[in-house]
Design a protein around this ligand. Structure first.
Ligand code: PMT
Length: 403
């Protein structure tokens, strides 16, 4: 997975800098090309010469060193990289990156990079636990930066706890996993639905639900990260569609969602339906605002088409169809019935009664149930993490054999 990949390594000033030397060696053995930027402080721990020899490339430290080629060095390195790894990442570099400070070659380059960035923190355990450091890590993660978690054990300072730089093989395998996932769905069209539909009553009122779109948008983002051509069909949502979509289709009603989904499904290999589609719509939509009148007002509702069921009926041999089940009771029983009724490959069963799970939350609590009845029970995790676990099940071998 690392063959031919261009990895830009940032080394900052920590005792673990010596381990970064081995990481470079392993990256090169795996076929990657490595260039190194060191902070001035890092050179106090390991020499430039060591990294130059082990990487086989000149090492950059100083913003103001005489230029070897006529280009702007931090921009050229930023554009060159397929991925950037900062190891060891000190509390200082995490803080600067979180704030966007650019006061040396490494931090300036980090601002110019558009490739994925990995930080492998290493520091004293009390420093690592400090709320400022944890907040900076959260900020970086929220921006899509990857954190390679430090190990726990005896630290160079004598203390014991989390803060030890991840082992070089763990660092390399995090990069391998990233590139493997990035290629997993390359060239595969994935259709995702998100958010709730709204069903108009009159020009100013509608029947809706509490779906924010967060689960579906996280799924679309994850599919993009894995190299898929992603079409996202979304009901109204306050979220910004993820970058890198092939197409974003905004709809309001279940009928509009059905039309878009059935059209796109014809050319999609994977379909994941996280949208909360209204099961009913008002039979008549008043073309004027309904005026306040009697004590009671009845609205007759008519059933909407079940889009997922239709997709299941029309499923082509090469397609993988994934549904969600949002339930407030009998979760497993209802979810299993939906697998059968809607001809799904697997279903994500969502107990929406639990705090932190279901509608309009950053986290979710789900069980993934496959067609053969196997249940994977996941702990409470972010919707981004749930999206990862869902796409971990969409395997390239499966896609090949289903062609
Ligand atoms: O958007 P968030 O705020 O992040 O919330 C996420 C979520 C709770 C909406 C999501 O995790 C979820 O559970 N989505 C499914 C919601 C739902 O409508 O479930 P359901 O059990 O009613 O429907 C089962 C499946 O059939 C779903 O895949 C649904 O998209 C689909 N369906 C339902 C009705 C219908 N008329 N057509 C459909 O295609």
């Amino acid at each position: 997975m690392l063959e031919g990949k261009r990895i830009l390594l940032g080394v900052t000033g920590g005792i673990a800098a010596y381990k970064a030397v081995e990481a470079v060696s392993r990256l090169r053995k795996a076929g990657a090309e490595v260039r190194v930027i060191m902070t001035r402080e890092a050179t106090e721990f390991v020499t430039e010469l060591t990294f130059r020899e082990i990487s086989g490339n000149p090492v950059t430290v100083d913003m103001w060193a005489p230029v070897q080629h006529w280009n702007v060095a931090h921009i050229a390195l930023a554009e060159w990289a397929d991925a950037v790894l900062v190891a060891p990442a000190t509390a200082n570099v995490l803080a600067k990156a979180a704030l966007g400070v650019a006061d040396d070659m490494l931090t300036t380059t980090l601002l110019a990079v558009t490739a994925p960035i990995f930080f492998a923190p290493a520091m004293n355990c009390n420093m690592f636990a400090h709320p400022a450091v944890q907040q900076n890590i959260k900020t970086l993660e929220a921006r899509g930066t990857h954190i390679i978690a430090p190990g726990t054990g005896k630290l160079a300072c004598g203390a014991e706890g989390p803060g030890r730089l991840a082992e070089p093989e763990e660092i390399v395998s995090a990069l391998e996993k990233f590139f493997a996932e990035g290629a997993q769905l390359s060239g595969v069209k994935v259709l995702v639905t998100a958010a709730g539909t709204i069903e108009p009553i009159d020009p100013v009122r509608y029947i809706g639900n509490r779906s924010s779109g967060r689960m579906g948008y996280a799924l679309a983002e994850e599919a993009v990260a894995r190299g898929a051509d992603v079409v996202l069909v979304s009901g109204p949502s306050a979220l910004t569609p993820p970058a890198g979509l092939q197409e974003f289709i905004s709809v309001e009603t279940a009928q509009e969602m059905r039309e878009a989904v059935l059209r796109e499904a014809e050319t999609s290999r994977v379909i994941v339906k996280a949208a909360a589609v209204a099961d009913y719509h008002p039979r008549t939509v008043s073309d004027q605002k309904i005026k306040k009148g009697d004590e009671e007002l009845s609205i007759i509702l008519e059933k909407n088409p079940d889009i997922l069921k239709e997709l299941g009926q029309k499923k082509r041999p090469g397609q993988i169809l994934v549904g969600f089940a949002a339930e407030t009771q009998n979760l497993l029983q209802y979810a299993r019935e939906k697998i059968e009724k809607k001809n799904l490959d697997f279903i994500v069963a969502n107990d929406v009664t639990k705090p932190g799970a279901g509608f309009n939350t950053a986290t979710n609590l789900v069980k993934i149930i496959s067609r053969d009845g196997e249940i994977e029970e996941l702990p409470m995790m972010t919707k981004k993490e749930v999206a990862k676990r869902i796409f971990d099940r969409v395997l390239p071998e499966d896609l090949k054999s289903r062609k």
